[in-house]
Design a protein around this ligand. Structure first.
Ligand SMILES: NC(=O)C1=CN([C@@H]2O[C@H](COP(=O)(O)OP(=O)(O)OC[C@H]3O[C@@H](n4cnc5c(N)ncnc54)[C@H](OP(=O)(O)O)[C@@H]3O)[C@@H](O)[C@H]2O)C=CC1
Ligand SMILES: O=C(O)C1=N[C@H](C(=O)O)C[C@H](O)C1
Length: 267
């Protein structure tokens, strides 16, 4: 069976990469591509937009005009657009892959609620390497325990609109959970001025925004006399897109529920 997939933000950085990844994947096919209703790109060919040549899929401006043509919607856009698409998918019983980051906790609650009716695979990062790093981080935190200072440093391109990155926050959650801490209580987002000495239980975050960096993440476990650093560097958005397309093929056959890339990879 071939699953029919729709892509939102089809002209965006991830949207174009997803169109390319879908063209190379098996068991899934591009059935719809979406942009804003008032976008000048509505009606354009999605393959041409992605720089691949015509693929015959015209960009639509409204999800309700194409939702009957798709089995799974892949959404990498902005939280407000994702939540509007979530409501439409919930009503139509269409599965979703959500890659958008930067949701507030009450927005995440809407996703949790929709997952009682539809299958949703949501991940802050769909690359295999980052999902492996989540496992390595859990082990590192368990072994190094409370004897180390933990700092998370992330760097992304100048266009990124949320900080810290969703991936950095997920890494913080993995480490905090492994240590029995609540990230909300221990996170420190940047430092300035007379900060006082570091509190051992805190988990620090630092953000770099520069140039065309695709996505770098380092978690540092620093003790007196040694430190461990676990680093992932993405050099192509295709690493995220391939994972999201794999997730679409997987989530399209699941019962309602909220899943992540670890479920897709069986980690
Ligand atoms: N989970 C993962 O593995 C990854 C997640 N991401 C996340 O994906 C998201 C998108 O990133 P990226 O592709 O770089 O961003 P872009 O800005 O390049 O693309 C976003 C797309 O969404 C569209 N869009 C924005 N607002 C709306 C709206 N209100 N209604 C309809 N469409 C809208 C944009 O259209 P327009 O240009 O007209 O605004 C654009 O086509 C971010 O949240 C990012 O953090 C990114 C990479 C990997
Ligand atoms: O906006 C991006 O580009 C990315 N966003 C995701 C995040 O916020 O973690 C994933 C990746 O790092 C690229």
């Amino acid at each position: 069976m071939t699953l029919r997939v729709g892509i939102t933000g089809a002209a965006g950085r991830m949207g174009r990469t997803l169109v390319e990844a879908l063209g190379n994947a098996e068991g899934v096919e591009l059935a719809a591509a979406l942009e804003r209703p008032d976008s000048s790109l509505v009606g354009a060919d999605a393959g041409e937009l992605a720089g691949l040549g015509r693929n015959g899929v015209a960009v639509a401006g409204a999800l309700d005009t194409v939702i009957g043509d798709i089995d799974v919607l892949i959404d990498f856009s902005v939280p407000a657009a994702t939540l509007a698409n979530l409501a439409a998918c919930r009503a139509a019983k269409t599965a979703m892959v959500i890659g958008t980051t930067g949701f507030m906790s009450e927005e995440q609650a809407q996703i949790d609620a929709a997952a009682t009716d539809i299958a949703i695979c949501k991940a802050s990062n769909f690359s295999t390497g980052v999902n492996l790093c989540f496992k390595l981080l859990e082990t590192a935190a368990q072994v190094l325990g409370d004897e180390v200072d933990i700092e998370i440093v992330e760097a992304h391109h100048r266009h990124k609109i949320d900080a810290p990155s969703g991936t950095a926050l997920s890494m913080g959650e993995v480490v905090a959970d492994a240590l029995g801490r609540n990230l909300k209580d221990v996170a420190v987002y940047g430092r300035e001025g007379q900060t006082g000495a570091r509190d051992r239980d805190t988990i620090g975050f630092a953000t770099v925004r520069a140039g065309d960096i695709v996505g770098d993440h380092t978690v540092m476990f620093a003790a007196d006399g040694e430190r461990v650093e676990i680093t992932h560097k993405a050099s192509s958005r295709m690493s995220f897109a391939r994972g999201a397309v794999r997730a679409a093929g997987w989530v399209g056959t699941q019962n309602p529920g909220l899943y992540d890339m670890q479920d897709v990879l069986g980690l």
